[in-house]
Design a protein around this ligand. Structure first.
Ligand code: SF4
Ligand code: F3S
Length: 78
């Protein structure tokens, strides 16, 4: 799945939400989150983000790996 990392924090442009064909991008307190269980890997959201916060999970920037687990945790009821 695709992942939204730190550039989204306090920016929350939301252009990504409009592009997602399965509406799997959800709003959190300070950033948006892609539900990894619903994302179909279409890639439509990636170019929509003006701050390039979106990448494929296996291509997240060095130092931003935590956002992959963070995203999954946001949608997992513990
Ligand atoms: Fe939605 Fe596609 Fe982005 Fe996944 S890759 S969040 S399905 S727009
Ligand atoms: Fe955030 Fe970019 Fe979407 S800033 S809300 S990931 S368009």
């Amino acid at each position: 799945p695709f992942v939204i990392a730190d550039p989204c924090i306090d920016v929350t442009d939301k252009s990504c939400m409009e592009e997602c064909p399965v509406d799997c991008i959800y709003e959190g307190a300070r950033k948006l989150y892609i539900n990894p269980f619903e994302c179909i890997d279409c890639g439509a959201c990636e170019p929509a983000c003006p701050v390039e916060a979106i990448t494929e999970d296996r291509h997240v920037a060095e130092g931003s790996e935590a956002f992959v687990d963070d995203g999954a945790a946001f949608f997992t009821i513990v």
